[in-house]
Design a protein around this ligand. Structure first.
Ligand code: ATP
Ligand code: LTN
Length: 338
């Protein structure tokens, strides 16, 4: 939770940066693990949120779909409550400094560091051809973050390692060329930083999962939600309490219900203490999700494409003004500008 009281008037505002790939659907894992944190930081931080389309092309994309998904991701930000008066929102490729800084940072990043990234290992596993963009992706992510003097990076737990590498790259650059970058910190939820797949609570909920029952998309219908939660894998014990190792499926449902409703997990455990089946927990989770998603969808339908484009254009201008200054500084430090 971000405490207003911890910010004094004289304290400079902290800067938060985060991004989501426009690679298709946005699921409640993305929302609860990341966008919910964005809503907490906006207003307290100078917040910058990007639709990171250059990241999305590290796996093959259909150009027409990519365009539509990019606009839809930005619309999702707005429908979720991201306020363009408080936060800058923009599309990554509209600010060419991201790709430019990426190149310079790549010249001080070790291949051995990139091969260590678990996301690279997961995504490259089993594929015949591994494209270089998939390996160097965390350098682009470091560029995204470091361009804006970012202090804080609100993300899900799966991005912790990438933020750690961005910190290392910042420190290395500062040591080699003089203090240029702020060393950022990840901001990760205590609960909800890793929403698990409904069909397999041993692995994180993922939009790239083969089984559609793995995730609840923000575009799902009430019937989809009911059917997916009904099929969610639990266990045969018949009692409801939070224990991530012994009861990953039930703990995942409790986490989702807690984050959507704002009730603590302790209170939910009390509510379900007497219950010997999971039907009640599943019904309540379905109702909470359906209420949340239908309100979201209503807001989403009322936002026009023109409105989104307007905010993205303004956002790109603001982001470019900041990013170009930082890139100039980097070029100066490295002896690239005459
Ligand atoms: P996926 O692995 O689901 O295909 P991704 O992690 O590559 O997608 P993004 O859309 O870029 O997808 O993720 C946006 C944000 O959502 C990131 O901050 C990420 O950490 C967070 N996130 C993704 N999946 C989960 C999850 N299952 N639980 C919590 N946060 C998540
Ligand atoms: N790699 C992230 C998306 C991302 C990001 C960023 C997050 C790209 N650049 C900068 C935070 C800050 C992902 O796949 N979830």
């Amino acid at each position: 939770m971000i405490m207003k009281s911890s910010m004094t008037k004289t304290e400079p505002k902290k800067i938060a940066f985060s991004g989501i790939q426009p690679s298709g659907i946005i699921h409640i894992g993305n929302y609860l693990g990341s966008i919910q944190l964005w809503l907490e930081v906006q207003g307290h931080y100078d917040a910058i949120f990007s639709v990171v389309n250059l990241h999305a092309i590290t796996v093959p994309q259909n150009p027409k779909d990519l365009k539509a998904n990019t606009l839809n991701a930005a619309k999702t930000f707005l429908a979720s409550g991201i306020d363009p008066e408080k936060a800058t929102i923009f599309v990554q490729s509209d600010v060419p400094e991201h790709a430019q800084l990426y190149w310079t940072l790549g010249t001080i990043t070790k291949l051995s560091e990139l091969y260590l990234m678990t996301q690279f290992k997961d995504k490259s596993q089993g594929t015949e051809t591994v494209l270089s963009g998939l390996l160097t992706y965390p350098v682009l992510m470091a560029a995204d973050i470091l361009l804006y003097n970012t202090t804080t990076v609100p993300v899900g737990d799966d991005q912790r390692q990438h933020v750690e590498l961005a910190r290392e790259i910042a420190r290395r650059f500062n040591d080699m060329f003089g203090k240029t970058f702020v060393v950022p910190q990840a901001l990760i939820h205590k609960t909800g930083s890793r929403i698990m797949g409904l069909d397999n609570p041993g692995k994180k909920m993922s939009k790239s999962a083969a089984n559609k029952n793995n995730y609840i998309a923000l575009t799902d219908t009430a019937a989809d939600v009911a059917s997916k939660i009904k099929k969610a894998v639990t266990d045969s014990e018949g009692s409801i309490y939070y224990d991530i190792d012994k009861k990953p499926g039930v703990s995942n449902l409790l986490t989702i219900l807690s984050l959507i409703t704002g009730s603590s997990i302790k209170d939910l455990e009390k509510t379900y203490r007497e219950q010997t089946t999971y039907a009640g927990l599943k019904n309540d989770t379905t109702t909470a999700l359906v209420d949340f998603i239908s309100a979201f969808q209503k807001r989403y339908r009322n936002i026009s494409d023109a409105e989104v484009k307007h905010h993205l254009d303004l956002g790109a201008q603001k982001a470019r003004a900041m990013a170009s200054q930082k890139l100039e500084e980097v070029y100066e430090r490295m002896g690239l500008s005459l």
